[in-house]
Ligand binder design. Structure first.
Ligand code: NAD
Length: 370
């Protein structure tokens, strides 16, 4: 028989108290820990809110330093998905999953199929998709076990890589920002620095070049930066010059938290508009700091929603034209957020969050009767 000492019991009590207080901090509904020693699967699925509909959000595979770090990440990301879906007018809740492991070494068909079984058991409350460290191929394995998956290849009726749709939304959010700041939404002649020219960044560079913007790029991947620079004639900026570079628009399309106490005082731009998730290191402190510097910040979860809109379309029966049409709404939503921010004297990030929360609580009330 397994003996549990008093000390161990106390430790377990504290651990579980810690997890539940993390859940109550941002009102998460449910968290599922998925463990399968045979395949090495260690995953966490976080469902933040399902008032608007099933929780849709990708699966991130990452070599987390600790299980606590993985839990923190999935809780933060799933909450962001609730806001993204809500502000985009989608009937989707917010959820996300993380798999702990090295995406280059640890992936197997069996692991993703097992993961699919766990998703299946949630009976449609959570729908997955690809994210950092996972691909459409991984999703085809998940699909073998459950229908609650998007991000499938077009050959399987899916929407394929969502990045071009995300880039289109960011492009429109950028145009709305330019309209707000300069009175016209033309990007022609604007100096725009795209940080990270991966899937989204490269597609964005193409759209910007078509509008005759002056595009500058930066990336840690030498091969990728040379490819994009050659193809689109974009000028390369050194990694350590980004935050001091003279530009009209800074477009973070690589990492989160690049807007922080070190970078914001240095930025020489009028607008920040990019695809990266969680650009503000601290939503409140840095949202306010960027506003005080007179820089217009287009909230990331609003303008990078194209990928989610694409996944939603896939869930309903994929239609690329409809996904692009729905993504076009980002332009007006962004203008509306700027107006609200100016009217109420709050940061653009908090104006966007308020609208997202308001829609969730209004619809919760609608659904309160049979
Ligand atoms: P990606 O991995 O294809 O591209 C990221 C690029 O950033 C890579 O080329 C990488 O080399 C580069 N990079 C990494 N660290 C860097 C650094 N310190 N400085 C400069 N460049 C660096 O990813 P992606 O799919 O293009 O997504 C980009 C961002 O947008 C991510 O933050 C992602 O979470 C977010 N996002 C993507 C989608 C989508 O549809 N793909 C949707 C919403 C949000």
């Amino acid at each position: 028989m397994l003996e549990i000492t008093d000390a161990k019991q106390e430790a377990l009590k504290n651990e579980s108290k810690g997890i539940f207080s993390s859940l109550s901090e941002n009102n998460h509904e449910q968290v599922l820990f998925c463990h399968d020693p045979e395949t090495g699967l260690k995953a966490i699925i976080a469902i933040h809110n399902t008032v608007l509909g099933p929780a849709l959000g990708g699966t991130r595979m990452w070599n987390y330093k600790s299980e606590e770090e993985a839990l923190r990440d999935v809780l933060r990301l799933s909450r962001g998905m609730s806001y993204k879906a809500s502000i985009s007018g989608l009937n989707l809740g917010g959820g996300k999953a993380v798999i702990i492991g090295d995406s280059k070494k640890d992936k197997t068909e069996a692991m993703f199929r097992k993961f699919g079984r766990f998703i299946k058991n949630l009976n449609g409350k959570y729908i997955t998709a690809e994210d950092v460290g996972t691909t459409t191929r991984d999703m085809t394995y998940v699909r073998m076990e459950t229908t609650h998956v998007t991000g499938l290849p077009q050959s399987m009726g899916g929407g394929g890589d969502p990045s071009p749709v995300t880039a289109y939304g960011v492009f429109l959010g950028m145009k709305a920002s330019v309209k707000e700041r300069f009175g016209s939404d033309s990007l022609s002649g604007k100096r725009i620095l795209v940080q990270g020219v991966g899937n989204v960044g490269e597609a964005l560079v193409k759209l910007l070049k078509n509008e005759n913007a002056k595009v500058f790029i930066s990336d840690i991947n030498e091969t990728q930066i040379m490819k994009v620079s050659d193809e689109f004639g974009a000028e390369v900026v050194n990694l350590n010059e980004i935050y001091d570079f003279d530009m009209d628009i800074y477009a973070p399309c690589a990492l989160g938290a690049t807007l922080n106490s070190d970078t914001i005082p240095r930025l020489k731009c009028a607008i920040v508009a990019g695809s990266a998730n969680n650009q503000l290191e601290d939503e409140n402190i840095h949202g306010q700091m960027i506003m005080d510097r007179g820089i217009l910040y287009a909230p990331d979860f609003l303008i990078n929603a194209g990928g989610l809109i694409n996944a939603y379309s896939e869930y309903q029966g994929y239609n690329h034209a409809r996904a692009m049409q729905d993504t076009e709404k980002i332009y007006q939503y962004t203008i509306d957020i700027f107006k609200k921010s100016a009217r109420e004297g709050v940061t653009t990030a908090s104006a966007a969050k308020k609208i997202a929360e308001q829609r969730i609580s209004t619809i919760a009330n609608v659904k309160s009767t049979f």
